[in-house]
Design a protein around this ligand. Structure first.
Ligand code: FE
Ligand code: FE
Ligand code: ZN
Length: 168
């Protein structure tokens, strides 16, 4: 089903479609993060990825909760955007031999993922509120807060350490 599929008629359909998109993305990230943990050499970066893997399990559960609250079946719709972001991350990681440069690249790739999630949750929260589902918005806000915190943590690790070592 494409984004402009005629199956999406109402704002409510669009909300559910976008929920299916982030559900796909979160599950895709759950599979990608262990590989990034393996590739990372810096211990702080590894720990940040590990912590976010645990949080991501919670994101999947919260998205399922929103499906349930909204009376919609929890199912995925392929998100070519997250597939592309993760594919790009794997490609670039495969092309870098230097460990320090690789860590900087992994942090940057993870931040691209976080930003995708942030845009989706931001939109879902706005639409949930507009649809009179402040209850759904509140659950989604918890995921958004953790994505933002993960992104900020990666910025500080990169700026305090990874980028400096990579540039040496
Ligand atoms: Fe997430
Ligand atoms: Fe998407
Ligand atoms: Zn995330």
């Amino acid at each position: 089903m494409g984004f402009f599929s005629k199956d999406i008629k109402t704002m409510d359909d669009l909300f559910v479609h976008t929920l299916q998109d982030i559900y796909y993305a979160e599950k895709r990230i759950l599979k990608a993060l262990p590989k990034m943990i393996d590739k990372a050499t810096d211990s702080t970066l590894k720990q940040a990825f590990q912590a976010h893997l645990a949080e991501t399990e919670g994101h999947v559960t919260r998205v399922e909760e929103v499906f349930r609250m909204h009376g919609a079946e929890a199912k995925t719709v392929t998100c070519p955007a997250i597939d592309g972001i993760i594919e790009e991350a794997e490609d670039i990681a495969g092309d870098i031999a230097d460990k320090e440069v690789l860590d900087a690249a992994l942090a940057a790739a993870a931040q691209a993922v976080e930003h995708y999630e942030m845009t989706r949750y931001g939109t879902l929260i706005a639409w949930a509120k507009r649809l009179g589902r402040g209850d759904c918005a509140r659950v989604l806000e918890r995921n958004l807060a953790e994505e933002k915190a993960a992104d900020e943590k990666l910025t500080s690790i990169a700026e305090a350490k990874l980028n400096i070592r990579a540039a040496e």
